[in-house]
Design a protein around this ligand. Structure first.
Ligand code: ADP
Ligand code: MG
Length: 291
């Protein structure tokens, strides 16, 4: 049974915009020693801005137009940025058979032409050669590649920003005795390394698929300090499975998908990672009172 004071803890958390879905999570939250984060939308804002468009065969407008049409069916933060660049939807485009390839991109037919939009990994798996991107090497920024009917068509460079409270979140978690912070991301190595360094996170792994994230969390669950817990924090886009696998799953409620909010045990309503620090403090106070 759950002590009554735990419900006071839930009330306290809700007043700072943290929704805790049950009294038993107070105990789990109080004992976190390993905190694992997703990157995009969790430690970064997930609000991408288009910085550059490059194509030898298409005009910028035409390339963005094709991309926006397939991205309108994706709920990935990258998709929101790319469909927003398309202003005039009053055209007679026929968009069919759009499907998302988790951790890679999205693909569909626009007026009968197959449009593939995604990262380098996705292009490789489709057997498409990236023929015109010298600046992709070592470049820090997200490069979204486009192919039409299996032929490389160009790329769009987009940039995200680190949430301003992310570095302080990591520092404060350390001060609270969280002994390991880890970032797991589907994004490229150079971006992951740059983000991890700027935020001050202990460990990171890049270019992961949703299943790889689950494997890392399972490994971390085995090596965590005895009697302590592991939390995963994500926006739920491609990480609902890992949210469920952690001792406690924390989701960003603003940018987060409905599936994530459903799968999570704790929801941060305004997407501020620093709220996790306050929630742990509330949980520990609640546990002390209950004893
Ligand atoms: P993260 O783990 O950082 O949240 P994801 O696993 O959600 O990243 O996505 C990994 C990568 O897959 C992205 O960095 C991007 O390159 C590519 N990707 C995923 N979804 C899309 C999409 N809808 N459009 C274009 N690229 C995408
Ligand atoms: Mg994500």
């Amino acid at each position: 049974s759950v002590p009554l004071t735990f419900f006071a803890g839930i009330g306290g958390a809700s007043r700072i915009g943290v929704l805790v879905k049950g009294g038993n999570y107070m105990d789990v939250l109080a004992k976190v020693s390993t905190m694992v984060f997703d990157k995009t939308g969790t430690l970064t804002r997930g609000l991408f801005v288009v910085e550059d468009v490059h194509s030898e065969k298409y005009s910028f407008g035409d390339l963005l137009h094709l991309v926006a049409h397939v991205e309108q069916y994706s709920n990935h933060p990258i998709a929101s940025a790319l469909r927003n660049v398309k202003r005039d939807w009053h055209d007679d485009c026929r968009v069919e058979n759009v499907h998302e390839i988790a951790g890679n991109g999205v693909e569909g037919y626009v007026n009968g032409r197959k449009v593939s939009v995604g990262n380098e990994k996705m292009m490789k798996s489709l057997g498409i050669t990236i023929s015109e991107c010298p600046r992709c090497r070592g470049f820090i920024g997200t490069v979204v590649h486009v192919a039409v009917d299996g032929v490389y068509a160009g790329h769009i460079v987009i940039a995200d920003q680190i949430k301003d409270d992310a570095p302080k979140t990591i520092r404060d978690l350390k001060a609270l005795g969280v002994d390991k912070t880890v970032m797991l991301t589907g994004d490229r190595e150079v971006i992951a390394a740059d983000t991890a360094r700027k935020i001050g996170i202990d460990e990171y792994h890049s270019e992961l698929l949703p299943a790889d994230k689950v494997r890392y969390v399972e490994e971390l669950l085995k090596t965590k300090t005895k009697g302590r817990t592991l939390a995963f924090v994500g926006d739920g886009i491609n990480d609902a499975p890992v949210l469920a696998r952690a001792d406690i799953g924390i989701a960003m409620g603003g940018v987060g998908s409905d599936a994530a909010i459903e799968a999570a045990d704790v929801v941060i309503m305004n997407d501020r990672p620093l709220k996790i620090v306050r929630a742990i403090k509330i949980a520990r106070r609640t546990i002390r009172i209950a004893r």
